[in-house]
Design a binder for this molecule. Structure first.
Ligand code: DI6
Ligand code: FE
Length: 411
């Protein structure tokens, strides 16, 4: 017997077979032990509802999507950069801001100074914003500590969020995010420290699900990135990469050569990079919030990705410097308006493809038998509305592992 049977549901399953959005009108979902035990048209249910499940619930004919997935965030960090934002808009130059202690190093300093409790509290607030819009799975990167202790503290906070809140958290070690002041002029030595000390230490503590790096002129070279990836491989960890955001460093090709789960940003991706990603099954994670916030004008090559069959995911890139964003619904809108993704592609980007970017394709991201019973009930007339609106939150209820979490079923 199932635990719950959800009836009167319009399902956007996001499974790849069948109608657009994998839609099933007049659908039903049977949930047992936190997983989807049955899904389909109500008329095909193998018995009377009261006999099939301990509890029968109506969705009031609402649309249901898989729980949304934010597959690229820097959710855990100290401080913010609102002051820097204001200085810039008042005409301050990059130099002046750097001298006033701004930029990524100010976030590193704030994160190093923050206690585990305060990092947890500030990240939990940002997470709550995401959850309110239906996010049930989130990836969280380190990368604002850079020293061994602070990187581990960030990842511990991420793990605790996953343990104490109704959300699945995947952690990513991003030690190679920026060069810390104590390694000024010694980038290779820093990479050596990451590979032989910081990363293995965090991995031994069970804090690392994947390894990422910032491969960029202002970040790390392709050769240094390769060294990080080799260390990850040695530990049996999958890799991801901040690639081709500001320039083409061949990062996507390198990531694909290591079978990366994803390459992220990609505004400057080449055709060879796209081909390599397609061949390796590496997901393209596009981050329209960062594109918008830094007023980038070069679009990621969407047609190239489509032509070569590279899967496209979307995420907030929530970080204090280039994407201070905690709205996954705004990501959908931006992906449609700025990148010209279709509403269906956009929704797939924060469900099915977001799951793939985290190595969770088998267990999350679509409404199919055997997958996690993570889903969201929406007060919308059609799925495209999720990408269409700017502001407002039509989420009516979130269900995590079969458990209803909050409800606003009045409308
Ligand atoms: N890409 C970015 O744009 C940033 N990090 C990254 O990997 C910037 C992060 C920051 O400024 O705090
Ligand atoms: Fe990022």
């Amino acid at each position: 017997m199932w635990d719950t049977l959800w009836l009167e549901a319009r399902l956007a399953t996001m499974a790849t077979v069948g109608a657009p959005y994998g839609a099933i009108e007049d659908g039903a979902i049977g949930v047992a032990n936190g997983r989807i035990a049955w899904i389909g048209r109500r008329g095909r249910l193998p018995g009377r509802p009261e006999v099939l499940a301990k509890e029968v619930r109506s969705c009031g004919n609402r649309w249901i999507t898989p729980g949304l997935i934010d597959c690229h965030t820097h959710l855990v960090h100290g401080g913010d950069r609102a002051h820097e934002f204001e200085l810039r808009l008042n005409g301050a130059t990059y130099e002046e801001i750097a001298r006033a202690g701004g930029g990524i190093r100010s976030t590193v300093a704030a994160t190093r100074a923050a206690s585990e409790a305060s990092l947890y509290a500030s990240a939990a607030r940002r997470l709550a914003d995401l959850q309110a819009e239906g996010v049930t799975t989130v990836e969280i990167k380190s990368g604002y500590g850079l020293d061994r202790e602070t990187e581990a503290r960030m990842l511990r906070v991420a793990r605790r969020l996953g343990a104490e809140r109704p959300v699945t958290v995947r952690t990513t070690f991003l030690g190679a995010h920026a060069l810390p002041p104590e390694y000024e002029g010694r980038a290779d030595a820093f990479i050596d420290f990451l590979c032989n000390d910081s990363l293995p230490g965090a991995a031994a503590e069970g804090l690392v699900d994947a390894v990422d790096a910032f491969c960029e002129r202002i970040g790390f070279t392709a050769a240094q990135t390769r060294t990080m990836f080799e260390a990850a491989r040695g530990l049996g960890l999958p890799v991801k990469l901040h690639a081709e955001q500001l320039s083409d460093q061949g990062g996507a090709t390198l990531a694909a050569a290591f079978g990366a789960l994803s390459a992220d940003h990609l505004e400057h991706l080449s055709e060879d990079g796209a081909k390599a990603m397609a061949a390796a099954g590496t997901v393209a994670v596009l981050l329209p919030g960062a594109f918008y916030f830094i007023r980038e004008t070069r679009l990621p090559p969407i047609d190239l990705l489509r032509r070569h069959g590279v899967c496209i995911a979307l995420a907030t890139d929530c970080n204090p410097g280039t994407s201070p964003m905690t709205s996954i619904l705004l990501v959908l809108n931006m992906a449609a308006t700025l990148f010209r993704l279709t509403p269906e592609e956009a929704l797939a980007g924060v469900t099915r493809e977001g799951a793939a970017a985290l190595g969770l394709r088998a267990s999350h991201g679509t409404l199919e038998v055997g997958k996690a019973a993570d889903f969201v009930l929406w007060n919308i007339g059609r799925p495209a509305e999720l990408a269409y609106r700017i502001g407002g939150n039509p989420a009516a209820m979130m269900v995590k592992k079969g458990v209803p979490l909050w409800s606003d079923m009045k409308s």
